[in-house]
Design a protein around this ligand. Structure first.
Ligand code: NAD
Ligand code: UGA
Length: 463
């Protein structure tokens, strides 16, 4: 078979790479309208940093990248739709509803250019019921037929290849028609090459669509739940790390996703929870909408209160003070900065007049500098924020980033930050030298012994 994915992003390219590796008898093609992205996929410098990706990309011979969207649609037996589905930015539902216009555009192209029986797979995350739109657009004729399936992706960035190689589950939703069941089997058989049969779950298509939103909503809710308790800890005698350990031993709760932090980021949690909120609102389910909206409010509160804490500790103002933010990626082991908590931090601090410096080992090498532009001069800083009036610059070297700073904020849990020469950093900073550890990454005792004032998330002694 010739298997196509439309959208060469994290999901489209990575899922095809792993599927191609395990299905050598089929040809896999990834297309995108973004020529630069496709050129990068065809070069030695891949557009995405993901541990393990380079090896797979090198090894896989039955995977190609192209910009010929029309031509490839015409040759494909199975088409995965993997385009982005961001939050709608204008009109009805702005700021909440999921913008499915790219999915619709792709469906119209598939309808026009497909040439035979085609299985169309919603790989991208969509609002429940999107399959109905696809069914209406894709029109069966004598020589071509379409089946629509849902096969949402659950990979996490930073561990994407490992997640794809050993998925907890693969979800396939169909409409239950005879052709649909046959197509479900065809799709499942691609996964059976490396995924145990019992991990491939088959449901109806609406449940599959909603399950993806539900999974992300539950995960985001856990982060907001632990962060809400972190604030209670800061006002009482409790410690959030010990609390997480204590409740996480209950198998009904489990130990994962109980890491208190400065809030969740990434391109999906906020977007997908808001999409759920919008769906609930539009069905008149206001209590449901309010319930999930609180997850987002708690997340923003967590970031805002860290900024307030920084200002309070720096004697009520950050005007003209250098603040170093260590970490721009929304989590460690990725270069992705979409909805990164660091963005909200640097915006709020720069609006207060701070001279903000940002450093990150990966974000500026892999497209993370989209909001930043290069400076004419060589040396540090390398890039500064494009937005006029906000003083935010990027420094490659964390030691240079912290020189003259009043505070370092740990915004991403990069393990290399633990090993930094903190003595040297301390002596280059202003007094009192503060560390605000938004990831509870560093050892409090060691940092205090080094001479820092140290505050972390969810510990009353450091509030
Ligand atoms: P992305 O922005 O990295 O990639 C999407 C790609 O689609 C872009 O390269 C864009 O140019 C391309 N595209 C858009 N319109 C197109 C068109 N008409 N024709 C051809 N190409 C087109 O997005 P992503 O992070 O891969 O996410 C894609 C979807 O998968 C989203 O719905 C997201 O919620 C979901 N998802 C993402 C992740 C993740 O970790 N990033 C995980 C699971 C699910
Ligand atoms: C998340 C889900 O984990 C994936 O299953 C899903 O496929 C994906 O969204 C998606 O749909 O895009 P991802 O956003 O890549 O994956 O990363 P996560 O590991 O889930 O982390 C999300 C955010 O929550 C990060 O900012 C992380 O630092 C934060 N987090 C996570 C915490 O603050 N505490 C935790 O205990 C866990």
């Amino acid at each position: 078979m010739r298997i196509l994915t439309i959208g060469a992003g994290y999901v489209g390219a990575l899922t095809m790479a792993v599927m191609a590796k395990h299905n050598k008898e089929h040809d896999f093609v990834v297309v995108d309208i973004d020529h630069q992205r496709i050129n990068e996929w065809n070069s030695d410098t891949l557009p995405i940093f993901e541990p393990g990706l380079d090896d797979i990309a090198r090894e896989t011979r039955n995977l190609t990248f192209s910009t010929d969207v029309r031509g490839e649609i015409g040759k494909a037996d199975i088409i995965f739709i993997s385009v982005d589905t961001p939050t709608k930015m204008g009109g009805i539902g702005a700021g909440q509803a999921c913008d499915t216009s790219k999915v619709e555009a792709v469906a119209r192209q598939i309808n026009k250019f497909a040439s035979g029986p085609t299985i169309v797979v919603e790989k991208t995350t969509v609002p429940v019921g999107t399959n109905e739109m696809l069914h209406e657009i894709l029109e069966d004729t004598n020589d071509k037929t379409f089946t629509v399936l849902s096969n949402p992706e659950f990979l996490s960035e930073g561990t994407a290849i490992a997640d794809l190689e050993r998925p907890d589950r693969v979800l396939i939703g169909g409409t239950g028609s005879a052709l649909g069941l046959h197509s479900q089997h065809t799709l499942a058989s691609l996964y059976y090459k490396w995924v145990p049969v019992k991990r491939v779950i088959q449901t109806d298509i609406w449940t599959s669509e909603l399950s993806k939103l539900a999974a992300n909503a539950f995960l985001a809710q856990r982060v907001s739940s632990i962060n809400s308790l972190a604030e209670v800890c800061e006002h009482t005698g409790a410690r959030i790390d010990e609390l997480a350990g204590a409740i996480g031993t209950d198998p009904r709760i489990g130990p994962h996703f109980l890491q208190a932090s400065l809030g969740f980021g990434g391109s999906c949690f906020k977007k997908d929870v808001l999409s759920l909120v919008y769906i609930a609102h539009s069905k008149g389910l206001f209590e449901v909408a309010n319930y999930w909206e609180a997850v987002i409010k708690m997340n923003e509160h967590q970031q805002d209160r860290l900024v307030r804490r920084v200002i309070n500790r720096l004697f009520g103002t950050v005007q003209g003070k250098k603040i170093a933010i260590f970490g721009y990626a929304f989590k460690a082991h990725t270069g992705d900065t979409r909805e990164s908590p660091a963005t909200r931090l640097y915006n709020l601090l720069a609006e207060e007049g701070a001279d903000v410096r940002v450093t990150d080992p990966k974000a500026f090498q892999n497209g993370g500098s989209a909001h930043f532009s290069g400076l004419a001069t060589s040396g540090a800083p390398k890039y500064c924020l494009r937005e006029p009036g906000l003083n935010v610059c990027y420094f490659e070297n964390p030691l240079e980033c912290a020189v003259g700073a009043h505070a370092v904020i740990i915004a991403t849990e990069w393990p290399e930050y633990i090993q930094l020469p903190w003595h040297t950093i301390k002596s280059s900073m202003e007094r009192p030298a503060w560390i605000f550890d938004g990831r509870n990454l560093l050892d409090a005792t060691r940092m205090r012994a080094t001479g820092f004032h140290y505050a972390s998330i969810g510990n009353s002694s450091e509030y």
